[in-house]
Write a protein that binds this ligand. Structure first.
Ligand code: NDP
Ligand code: BG6
Length: 491
């Protein structure tokens, strides 16, 4: 296990500090890094939102929400008390230039310290909040700003946000979060591909039949329903998380792992994505919304019942994506994501081509193509499905078995959660785990086209019962190519 190296002391202002992301993810992540001694004791965390709270009331809020997610006796925990002391609260309207910004200025240390602004705010506030920071002279040289996904709700709004934030913070000071890039198993994709000779020679249309990327959730829209209903699965998950995963699988080998080298290669993949037009969308993209059903034996209501109103929003998307370049010609990438599916898992499946000639007799069993399964969560693992001879007497019988690298069994320790890693990466200035402006905009161009094609073709939003793998049309998307979604229970 690599040693934990403390970061330099910093002043971090979290805008939207009373919101779900800040209380549920950011503050617990900072506390965990504090517990591991990675955060210097003189660092400051400045919480910003519009509520008129004082420091004590805010600390109480953080404590209460922490205890909803983690089992730990904070009252007797001196580490917690020391951490809580570092939290100060500043009431401020980020979009109001005339709000009392002097309180925020006073909360910061001297401007030579590393200064960070984390905008855990609705995306429509990213530009005005950044401009106000600049207007009040808070964007001192070397300061950094973190923007949560989604950056905007389409190409035009994303470009406007990027443009306006870019006028007051340089591109190298803007950290656009896609928390999937902070996951241990996602980072491993680069090493798996480029740290092994084994795969690269056949990582192309000669060796690979197709790729499947699934991010399935069993939860519904939950507390974030108001936001989710304006977004839907395509904007919420595909535009960012699934496309970033696809880029890491499909990109050309970078010459090094420097942020811009890798980001440039990812961008080329996004730029090579074939647009899905209205006249072929029915065969290439399926959207649906969950109806009532059952998950693990428990009845769950449908999306509209949860929302309390009717809706056109999709909670499930399956897409056949095609990358128009030499490496991937004729190799589809099937992307699938949904809420209220049978269980929560994220997985990349690389399906290799069949062997060119079958040497075993029919009664010996069936030779099946190799398959590399990269389980991102939960139970992170890399499994390579191979054909072997079934041991024992009685002639040749073949069996399809996994060569299994389970993280839990192979590595000794738990590793930091994605937000812990990303927060430390912002402080270290490691841009490699964040999206560059052009990547975000290229991803929006492709997803905007899909939304437009659905509208132009008047494609219906189908339904699927909660607790299933989506609508039957999702299976048909692959069936018409003589393929099927990978299902572990069938291997
Ligand atoms: P919430 O609605 O829960 O929180 C928004 C926060 O912003 C609140 O603290 C709110 O407090 C504050 N706020 C709103 N307007 C202003 C303002 N004018 N000035 C200062 N503070 C303001 O949203 P989330 O925490 O869920 O999401 C925040 C961002 O993170 C969004 O962009 C979201 O898309 C993104 N995100 C969230 C995830 C999550 O798990 N929650 C996951 C991935 C991304 P108040 O109204 O009191 O000012
Ligand atoms: C967020 C989406 O970006 O990712 C949520 O907005 C989704 O809708 C979440 O639930 C999934 O993240 P994870 O890490 O739980 O797979």
């Amino acid at each position: 296990m690599a040693a934990l190296v403390p970061v330099e002391p910093f002043d971090l202002a979290i805008f939207g500090a009373t919101g779900d992301l800040a209380l549920g993810k950011l503050l617990p992540s900072l506390f965990h890094r504090w517990c591991d001694g990675q955060i210097p004791a003189n660092s400051r965390i400045i919480a910003v939102a519009r509520d008129e709270l004082d420091d004590a009331a805010f600390r109480q809020l953080v404590r209460k929400r922490y205890l909803e997610g983690y089992e730990r006796d904070l009252d007797e925990d001196s580490t917690w008390h020391a951490f809580a002391e570092r939290l100060v609260y500043v009431p401020l309207n980020a979009t109001d230039r005339d709000s009392d910004w002097s309180l925020l200025k006073a909360a910061f240390g001297d401007s030579s310290r590393l200064r960070l602004f984390y905008l855990a705010l609705p995306p429509s506030l990213y530009a005005p909040a950044s401009e106000n920071l600049a207007h009040h002279g808070l964007n001192s040289p070397g300061s950094r700003i973190v923007l949560e996904k989604p950056i905007g709700s389409n190409f035009h709004t994303a470009r406007e946000i990027n443009q306006r934030v870019g006028e007051v913070f340089g591109e190298d000071s803007i950290f656009r979060i896609d928390h999937y890039l902070g996951k241990e198993s996602v980072q491993n994709l680069l090493i798996l591909r480029f740290g092994n000779w084994l795969f690269e020679p056949i990582w192309n249309a000669t060796g690979i039949d197709h790729v499947q990327i699934t991010v399935a959730e069993s939860v519904g829209a939950g507390k974030r329903a108001a936001y989710y209903d304006t977004a839907g699965a395509l904007r919420d998950m595909v535009q960012n998380h699934l496309l970033q995963l696809m880029c890491l699988v499909a990109m050309e080998p970078p010459s090094d792992l420097e942020a811009d080298t890798v980001r440039t290669e990812k961008l080329k993949v996004l730029q090579a994505l074939r647009p899905i037009r209205a006249d072929d969308i029915s065969g290439k993209a399926v959207r649906a919304r969950y109806a009532s059903g059952a998950i693990k034996g428990e009845a769950v209501p449908g999306y509209e019942a949860e929302l309390g109103q009717s809706s056109d929003t999709e909670t499930f998307v399956a897409i056949k994506a095609e990358i128009d370049n030499w490496r991937w010609a004729g190799v589809p990438f099937y992307l699938r994501t949904g809420k209220r599916m049978s269980h929560r898992y994220s997985e990349i499946v690389i399906q290799f081509k069949p062997v060119p000639h079958d040497v075993v007799k029919a009664d010996s069993g069936k030779i099946r193509p190799n398959r590399l399964i990269i389980r991102l969560q939960p139970d992170e693992a890399v499994r390579l499905m191979l054909m072997t001879k079934d041991p024992g007497p009685g002639g040749v019988r073949v069996r399809y078995v996994p060569l299994n690298l389970s993280y839990a069994e192979t590595f000794e320790k738990n590793y930091p959660d994605a937000y812990e890693r990303l927060l430390m990466a912002v402080i270290r200035g490691n841009l490699g785990l964040f999206m560059r402006r052009d990547e975000v905009e290229a991803a929006w161009r492709w997803t905007d086209q899909i939304l437009q094609s659905w509208t132009d073709s008047q494609s219906p939003v189908l339904t699927y019962p909660a607790g299933t793998d989506g609508p039957a049309e999702s299976a048909l998307l692959l069936a018409k190519d003589n393929r099927e979604w990978f299902d572990e229970s069938r291997t």
